[in-house]
Design a protein around this ligand. Structure first.
Ligand code: IMP
Ligand code: MG
Length: 180
């Protein structure tokens, strides 16, 4: 069984790259069907989505555009705590069909914040494509229409996902070991 150590934590192999690619191919077929005449903009949320974005978007066979945004966390002055500001967004998304490309949807706080900020730029439609989705952890009502892989509540790394900055370059997905 393949294992990796990142910082102080041990991880074991969870989803092999062939399996990940095959799930992304399945998702790309659905998105090809739904968006063939919609000239979508794939809006990739950095950093985690970079590998998923490339594997997904190269399989989209019609006109599309690709753009990148990043979430910058800072402590808000209000008691609500952390606010995540979406940077890199502009009016290009007005009246366009947007596919947000994410690495993982967990509680949904991030994707909620992203969609609220997108709305201000008046896109025609917004759908979410995510490599990984944790339905048991999800606490929002925005539909996650295009998940490639549904997983449980465990912490994962690899294929773009990191543990404290490390692990994004792993071609397989690894799961944290219980006895860490
Ligand atoms: P949410 O806001 O709770 O949905 O979490 C979204 C963010 O938390 C993701 O974009 C990741 O950066 C991080 N995250 C959540 N779960 C994991 C995981 O299992 N591995 C690595 N990062 C994660
Ligand atoms: Mg992320």
């Amino acid at each position: 069984m393949k294992k990796v150590k990142l910082h102080d934590k041990q991880f074991r192999l969870f989803i092999e790259s062939e399996n990940i690619t095959s799930k992304i191919k399945d998702l790309a077929e659905v998105i090809n069907h739904d968006f063939h005449d919609k000239k979508p903009i794939f809006l990739c949320v950095l950093n985690g989505s970079f590998l998923f974005a490339s594997e997904l978007i190269k399989r989209f066979n019609y006109d599309c555009e690709v753009s990148f945004v990043k979430l910058a966390s800072y402590e808000g002055v209000q008691t609500t705590g952390k606010i995540k500001n979406l940077i890199g967004l502009n009016d290009e998304i007005k009246n366009r069909n947007i596919i947000v490309v994410e690495d993982i949807v967990d509680t949904g706080n991030t994707i909620y914040s992203v969609s609220e900020q997108l709305k201000k730029h008046h896109p025609s439609s917004v759908e979410i494509a995510t490599l990984l989705y944790k339905p048991e952890a999800y606490q929002k009502s925005i539909p996650i229409k295009y998940p490639a892989i549904e997983v449980g509540n465990e912490f994962l790394v690899g294929f773009g996902l990191d543990y404290d900055g490390l692990g994004r370059n792993l071609e397989d997905i690894y799961i944290i070991e219980e006895n860490n």
